[in-house]
Design a protein around this ligand. Structure first.
Ligand SMILES: Nc1ncnc2c1ncn2[C@@H]1O[C@H](COP(=O)(O)OP(=O)(O)OP(=O)(O)O)[C@@H](O)[C@H]1O
Length: 245
């Protein structure tokens, strides 16, 4: 699970907070979609959960562990795929996965089984011995996805994970996200693809200018905006309504 307790962050002396008073709990066993217009604060939030940025105020816990007070322990719980993932160009795909398995102390037997399984799943067999530098945008994304799951973390955090993926890879990723949450893990991801969020997420949050404007299941979000046609409202309509102005 991920818990945000009144989290705020302002960059430098810009004055306007990128994230302000974020209060949110993401549970085990759920896929949680984090939505919002460009510049709303999604990546900033994700960077704070993963310990890349420190909040100015508030607390964040990953599986009950404070990312600020116990960063190493908390990071062990996380698999993270950054926005526009661009891993070490001078390593081959296999070297990179082996390196990540080493960092996470994944045992030899487990990695021998897990790496080929995931590589095959994402159709990366023929490229796995090549330098990452030679990979396409989507291939870099796929190797980052595989690397993020090498230690089967209880919390999987993905920033815009569908970008660059072909339809088959995107479908496989969605299956894997569901499989991971079905096993009682937490999946937290940002996206602009509202059709994916609508179909995949158990709950959603919409962020606007650093503040939450809606949280809950899609039906709850629909009720929140009211109206007789609420049942038929697509997430796109809701999103446009909640983030306009
Ligand atoms: N390194 C930085 N230095 C200064 N300001 C930043 C920095 N990174 C982000 N910001 C600002 O913080 C705010 C939130 O940005 P963030 O990248 O978190 O938004 P986002 O919701 O992920 O946007 P997008 O959907 O475009 O990726 C924006 O106003 C942005 O300009």
């Amino acid at each position: 699970m991920i818990w945000f307790g009144n989290v705020s962050k302002t960059y430098g002396k810009s004055g306007r907070p990128a994230v302000e008073g974020l209060q949110l709990s993401v549970e085990r066993g759920e896929i949680f979609g984090f939505l919002g217009p460009n510049g709303a604060g999604k990546t900033t939030t994700i960077k704070m959960v993963t310990g890349i940025l420190e909040p100015d105020a508030g607390e964040i816990e990953v599986d009950g562990i404070s990312i600020v007070d116990h960063p190493v322990e908390a990071k062990r719980k996380i698999g993270y795929v950054p926005d526009g993932a661009d891993p070490y160009p001078r390593l081959t795909g296999l070297e990179y996965l082996t390196f990540m398995a080493d960092i996470h102390q994944v045992g030899a037997d487990i990695r021998k089984q897990r790496i080929p399984e995931w590589v095959e799943r994402f159709g990366m067999e023929s490229a796995i011995g090549n330098l990452i530098d030679s990979y396409s945008r989507g291939m870099k994304q796929k190797i980052s996805l595989i690397a993020s799951m090498i230690h089967q973390p209880p919390v999987w955090i993905l920033d815009e994970p569908m970008v660059g993926l072909d339809p088959r890879s995107s479908a496989i990723l969605k299956e894997e996200m569901r499989r991971h949450s079905d096993r009682g893990n937490t999946v937290f991801f940002s996206t602009h693809v509202l059709e994916v969020a609508e179909r995949l997420c158990d709950r959603l949050a919409i962020l606007k200018e650093g503040r939450l404007v809606a949280t809950g299941k899609l039906e709850q979000l629909r009720q929140g905006t009211g109206g007789d046609v609420a049942d038929e409202q697509t997430l796109e309509n809701l999103f446009l309504e909640l983030t306009e102005g």
